[in-house]
Design a protein. Structure first.
Length: 146
């Protein structure tokens, strides 16, 4: 089982979909300040709108939410595409390529999370990277064509 790339690929899918689901929960409850400084900071983040050019006025909270939604969507996209490909029984080189792309994207994402985020997204992205990379390594080599 642990030498089968499908195990690691499905583990990556589970991590991607679980990360997306858990991260989407943050959209149902806004941040709550625990002291006066946090209250002032949240008020500025949510209500102070900066001129972004071309008539767009956005708050930092709006920008934060848009990036947060993108993280959720990239995890859903990766998980659903991987699940589709695994269930479609595509050729090994296709899975190897997709798992390599996943490992690269989520590896870079892990580094970004380590620098800018906190522990839960770091762990989630690191697990996705790990399982994608292991699946990439375990996919058997087959020749394409003739």
């Amino acid at each position: 089982m642990l030498k089968n790339y499908r195990f690691y690929a499905f583990a990556a899918v589970v991590c991607q979909l679980l990360t997306a689901f858990l991260h989407s929960l943050s959209f149902f409850k806004g941040p709550v300040a625990s002291n006066d400084q946090e209250k002032q900071m949240l008020d500025l983040m949510m209500n102070y709108k900066m001129d972004m050019g071309m008539g767009m006025m956005r708050s930092m909270y709006s920008l934060f939410n848009s990036l947060s939604a993108c993280m959720t969507l990239i995890c859903f996209l990766g998980g659903l595409v991987n699940l589709f490909l695994l269930r479609s029984m595509v050729a090994s080189p296709v899975i190897k390529g997709v798992m390599g792309i996943n490992a690269f994207i989520f590896g870079v994402g892990t580094i970004i999370m380590i620098v800018f985020a906190f522990m839960p997204p770091i762990v989630c992205f690191a697990l996705i990277f790990l399982f994608s990379f292991l699946a990439f390594l375990m996919v058997p080599k087959t020749k394409v064509g003739n």
